[in-house]
Design a binder for this molecule. Sequence first.
Ligand code: 13P
Length: 249
Amino acid sequence: MKKKLIAGNWKMNGSLAANDALLAALRAGLAAQAPGCDVAVAVPAPYLAQVQALVADTAIALAAQDVSQHEAGAYTGEASAAMLRDFGVRYTLVGHSERRQYHGESDAAVAAKAQRALAAGITPIVCVGETLAEREAGQTEAVVKRQLAAVIAQVGHCVSEIVVAYEPVWAIGTGKTATPAQAQAVHAVLRAQLAAASAQAANMRLLYGGSMNAANAAELLAQPDIDGGLIGGAALKAPDFLTIIAAAA
Ligand code: 13P
């Protein structure tokens, strides 16, 4: 059976000291009880080396928050998939709504990033999700399908290697979680879309993200098409993140 995946997205938070304390607490928690799911933390790029060392020999995998769509060269400020690989990165987020919104990332750019990650042996966690206005206009399905279709078209038969994260933009950092039924409905749509592209769709992992926390994780993770979580705020608090990990076992 596929294991669930619980990934923390630290976003632009942390410091050498804070990361050290958070990972010490996570390591202690996971040493006491080995996780029954896969666990990853997506950290800011400057801390990849620090966190690589801190998660070595633990059940925690290292993830990046973004990757360049280019292979190498004159792209100031970017980090390539090969560079991430050098630091032991196993997963990278691509197309997080904050990148789409504040950095103008198009569906095509997100698809190119997913492809670069795969080519370097890194699993892309492809984020999709609608805004509140899109939901209210009845466009949720169309939006997430358009976002995912771009990636499917780009990566072809490698689609079974990706992870998909459904993150409704209106639920991110707002404390407003999609209900388990709302999340499940969109996950079912995404699963069907993946099934049309890959015979492996049933084995692929579809994460939910958006105000997932210690109190609501179990109910969300119990949905048939929710195979894990992408956690922002609650991933910065070790007890909360450990509770979510336990809920995914
Ligand atoms: P919050 O859990 O803080 O709502 O963030 C979700 C998210 O964007 C994870 O990528």
